[in-house]
Design a protein around this ligand. Structure first.
Ligand SMILES: *[C@@H]1O[C@H](CO)[C@@H](O)[C@H](O)[C@H]1NC(C)=O
Ligand SMILES: *[C@@H]1O[C@H](CO)[C@@H](O)[C@H](O)[C@H]1NC(C)=O
Ligand SMILES: *[C@@H]1O[C@H](CO)[C@@H](O)[C@H](O)[C@H]1NC(C)=O
Length: 696
């Protein structure tokens, strides 16, 4: 066993995070035993219809902030619905809650919403959060998201998404923490703590939901929703640990995945839900399906019809059904036929009611309608969002220290539509964020150095299908001293159902970059993206590349902070940037082949190589670019281990610990990591955790 330690090369930024631990007080007034007793009494009195109602979740409009429909009010009044999502705003939520409390059993509703990385104050996408390697920052961003959401009536978020992603074609890579299970597990823990704290009945916390259980990120060929076939070893070593971490952190709910895992759809997968989740990990929270993922099992050719799909899902242990109503419609008949037993229904109801007790909803089902005004999109939240965003940026390249730019620059050209489009500051999961709240990169630069020295040309629109604006952009570059070129992929190109086979710059953006480069003017590339991109030309030719992901409401000022040196970039890649799509799947912790790999790029016969490409990625996981800056800043210390001989072959190296530390100029710091069985062991051939002899 070798310990490979990557010592950070100091430099840069200082991110002082203020922690606003508003100790709001509201604790569920019942202890665990009392909760179970109350649930037993409730269940004993519930009709079958009322029970099935609790297992049903319906949706309001996700895009517009609308009141609940009459249909939802009617279901709530009759006690035939357990949860609603997408309805938000304390007044709208309270109105529907009042209807639910008018029902016979007076069981409150849980209000859910996709709050992944911010509610109204939008933080960088989760992949960017992982790139910060800053657990405190990620936890803080989740706690602010929780406070804003709960003040708006939301008590349940469908996050964190903890799916490992090793295939950048997959659009939902943006939503997770990248390719590594240790980084992913730590990020999962931080987000759960941020969302829930240690008591999610508090008026500034929400119940979190780990998704998508499990293996969803390994969709075949990177195409969303596609089938997943993987070994139990890969599942247990790579894909499951972040879920386990979320459960150890006390997460209240888990969402199933859409796809089939080794032939059994995740929403029918008894091995996943009963064996691993409940039995091995002892999870006692609620399991919810994904959007139509139960009725979809008929499309997957598992179930012949809705009734069979309901049977599979209930028997597998999916407690709540999202959107479709096939539990409600089919379970009475399934019970009659003995295909589902009442205990299964009662257990599911118990899990739902337990979540409601833990959320404090039986004590206080309503949201204080005056809370949101001084909780949502506050100046404090925006200032924190700016600092956190700047900490996620990754400097891939900085030739001749072209960055940071001088604030006294006379003629600066900003080129690219992504620099000015407020809609593009949002992303697939932007919750209740509004484009008009966002500050763009151009605005951030103008605010930093004043308007007189900055000029803008779009070059093309955000999809960049036409080169008709290139000439104007090139002319602007010619009469400038420096160009900031903002390119990447528009927000429509990542997120759910946004898988791509070509992950280069979209449209004709590379032609635009080449046209600007041909002017001979110095330029820096700001890369806005939701995934790793194939950017071989940029890597070879651009003087500087700063990856800024999708940085949220305050992304623009954060980019300006880094471009002009007020903050040094301290992010590291949480996911490998391949040279080409042909290298995918690609990740740093591969296993060594039996035959050697090329040495110094010399590709001889009978080595493990491609004829037409190096094996190495363009930019690896955890990449460290040396910056000759002379400022204090943050560095990520990463510790990897390698087990050179083991009874099960081990990856060439594995991240085991990391810490982001702040260093003054020329300061050295000793960072101690304690490695134990957990870090040095692995699952042996019989799935037992084992530590074998070796040397350090
Ligand atoms: C529930 O309790 C009410 C009032 O005590 C009673 O009238 C009703 O029959 C009970 N319902 C069930 C299903 O046990
Ligand atoms: C929130 O603030 C706005 C503007 O100050 C005010 O018009 C509105 O009534 C307030 N809403 C609540 C619920 O207090
Ligand atoms: C901004 O981008 C959106 C696509 O997300 C596009 O529909 C819109 O036209 C763009 N706005 C401007 C001003 O270019």
């Amino acid at each position: 066993m070798e310990i490979l330690s990557l010592k950070g090369i100091v430099l840069l930024p200082v991110i002082l995070l203020a922690f606003f631990g508003v100790e709001a007080s509201r604790k569920s007034s019942y202890n665990a035993a009392e909760i179970e007793k109350k649930i037993t009494v409730l269940i004993a009195n519930m009709s079958l219809e009322e029970k099935l109602g609790q297992l049903q979740q319906q949706a309001g409009n996700p895009w517009e902030d609308l009141p609940a429909t009459p249909v939802l009010f009617d279901l709530a009044k009759r006690g035939l619905i357990g949860s609603v999502f997408n309805i938000r705003g304390a007044d709208k939520v309270n109105a529907l809650q009042r209807a639910a409390l008018y029902s016979r059993q007076k069981i409150p509703l849980i209000f859910g919403f996709d709050v992944l990385h911010g509610y109204r104050t939008l933080f960088p996408i989760p992949l960017a959060g992982a790139a910060s390697w800053d657990l405190d920052a990620v936890e803080l961003s989740a706690s602010i998201a929780a406070a804003e959401a709960r003040a708006s009536g939301i008590s349940w978020t469908f996050g964190p998404m903890v799916d490992i992603a090793r295939d950048p074609r997959w659009g939902r890579a943006m939503e997770g923490a990248g390719e590594d299970s240790v980084l992913g597990s730590e990020m999962a823990r931080a987000r759960v703590h941020g969302f829930q704290g240690n008591d999610y009945s508090r008026p500034d916390k929400v119940m979190a939901c780990a998704k998508h259980f499990a293996g969803y990120g390994a969709a075949e060929a990177g195409r969303d929703y596609a089938s997943v076939d993987m070994s139990e070893r890969q599942l247990r070593e790579v894909y499951l640990p972040p879920f386990k971490a979320a459960i150890e952190a006390g997460i209240g709910s888990v969402m199933t995945a859409y796809m089939d895992l080794n032939g059994i759809p995740a929403s029918a997968n008894q091995w996943l839900l009963r064996q691993v989740l409940r039995h091995e990990w002892g999870f006692d929270g609620m399991v919810v399906s994904d959007y139509f993922s139960i009725s979809d099992m008929t499309n997957q050719q598992l179930s012949a019809n809705d009734a069979e799909a309901a049977m599979y899902a209930l028997n597998a242990g999916v407690d709540m059904e999202m959107v479709s109503t096939i539990y409600f419609n089919n379970t009475p008949q399934l019970l009659k036929e003995g295909k589902v037993v009442m205990k299964t229904v009662d257990d599911a109801v118990r899990h739902v009611l337990r979540a409601k007790f833990r959320l404090g909803l039986f004590d206080d089902p309503y949201t204080d309608e005056t809370l949101a005004n001084h909780t949502v999109l506050t100046a404090d939240h925006l200032a924190i969002a700016r600092k956190i965003a700047a900490g996620t940026f990754v400097l891939l390249k900085n030739e001749n220290n072209i960055l940071p730019l001088s604030k006294s620059i006379k003629r600066l050209a900003v080129i690219g539509s992504l620099a000015t489009n407020q809609t593009q500051t949002l992303d697939f999961w932007s919750a209740n964020a509004k484009a008009e709240d966002s500050v763009t990169i151009l605005q951030g630069i103008v605010d930093k150095i004043g308007p007189t020295s900055v000029k803008f040309a779009p070059g093309c629109d955000v999809f960049c299908e036409s080169a008709s604006g290139f000439t104007t952009a090139v002319d602007l570059a010619r009469e400038s001293d420096m160009v900031v070129l903002v390119v990447g992929e528009p927000k429509e190109y990542s997120g759910e159902t946004a898988s791509r086979v070509d992950i280069g710059l979209t449209g004709r953006q590379l032609d635009l970059v080449k046209a600007i480069a041909a002017t001979g003017k110095p330029y820096v590339v700001v890369l806005m993206t939701g995934r790793p991109l194939t950017i071989e030309w940029l890597a070879a030719n651009a003087p500087a590349i700063l990856v800024t992901w999708r940085a949220g409401t305050m992304g623009g000022p954060a980019v300006a902070d880094v471009l002009f040196g007020d903050v040094n970039p301290s992010g590291k890649l949480p996911m490998t940037f391949p040279r080409s799509v042909g290298q995918i799947p690609i990740h740093y912790d591969y296993r060594q082949p039996g035959k050697p790999q090329p040495v110094k790029g010399v590709r001889t016969a009978f080595t493990s190589h491609y004829i037409d490409s190096p094996n190495e990625p363009l930019y690896p996981f955890g990449v460290d670019v040396k910056n000759a800056g002379r400022r204090e800043g943050s560095e990520v210390v990463q510790l990897y281990v390698r087990d050179v001989a083991a009874s099960v072959t081990r990856p060439v190296r594995q991240l085991k610990a990391f810490r982001k530390v702040l260093l003054a100029v020329a300061e050295g710091k000793q960072i101690d990591f304690v490695l134990g069985e957990k870090e040095l062991g692995f699952l042996d051939g019989n799935w037992q955790w084992t530590v074998e002899a070796g040397s350090l």
